[in-house]
Ligand binder design. Structure first.
Ligand SMILES: [Zn+2]
Length: 240
């Protein structure tokens, strides 16, 4: 199982990386708020059917929200979100690998997109993830992690990964933020704090990433006003 071994090595490397410059454990420890995790994991341990719901995306979203919450590395306070921030894993990590790193390091992000382009959610979209090393950024931005295809120095990210991250960003702009993605609200981690994340490769293709996010936003925005046939009729009540 060579792929698993690669993941294990990269998890170890990510956990042992002590600087705060990169990877899915990149938050600035000086800037972390007190966790408001109150140890309720024991109380609702059998959370199965009551698991916190993921976003109603039109592609599958693996649900790691309650497992991440159990690490305490999230602040369950809601904020108005005005931007999306992209990161790279600094490793070839699976969704589970990312959770494993965040179990050890005091860090988190709302989403991860893996090598195949599959999406996982770890933090509710309006909450404060420990992601960008900047309090205002963690309050106002939704963070998406991306698996790397290659490691240093280029830290490339596969097309399936960044395109699905851009697609997810477009959905978030349409459904949560309510603004079209632009240079002033689609950021990389280094917008907020001193880091190279999301890496030189992602820097080179920023224009393509933004364009893909805009295509996705336009798609979901246009699809949005169409009422579902079984939607509640609210027109009558509104007319008074
Ligand atoms: Zn980052």
């Amino acid at each position: 199982m060579p792929e698993k071994n690669v993941g294990d090595e990269d998890v170890k490397a990510a956990i042992e990386r002590t600087d705060t410059g990169d990877g899915p454990g990149t938050d600035n420890l000086d800037d972390l708020p007190e966790s408001d995790f109150v140890g309720c994991a024991e109380d609702d341990a059998g959370a199965g059917p009551q698991a916190t719901a993921t976003i109603p995306y039109d592609c599958p979203v693996a649900n790691f929200i309650d497992e991440l919450s159990a690490t305490g590395h999230v602040t369950h306070t809601s904020y108005k979100k005005t931007s999306v921030t992209l990161h790279h894993n600094a490793g070839r990590l699976s969704h589970q690998d990312v959770l494993d790193v965040w179990t050890v390091r005091p860090a988190s992000a709302h989403f991860d997109v893996d090598a195949a382009g599959a999406v996982a959610q770890y933090v509710k979209v309006n909450e404060y993830a420990w992601a960008v090393g900047n309090t205002a950024g963690n309050q106002s931005s939704i963070s998406i992690e991306m698996a790397n295809a290659t490691l240093a120095p280029n830290w490339t990210v596969g097309e399936a990964t960044w395109k699905n991250a851009a697609r997810l960003a477009g959905w978030l702009f349409a459904e949560v933020i309510g603004e079209r993605p632009s240079r002033s609200n689609l950021f990389y981690h280094h917008h907020w704090s001193s880091t190279v994340c999301a890496g030189p490769y992602m820097d080179r293709i920023y224009d393509e990433v933004l364009a893909a996010a805009q295509v996705s936003y336009d798609h979901f925005k246009d699809a949005h006003p169409t009422p579902r046939p079984d939607a509640e009729p609210v027109a009558v009540e509104r007319r008074r």
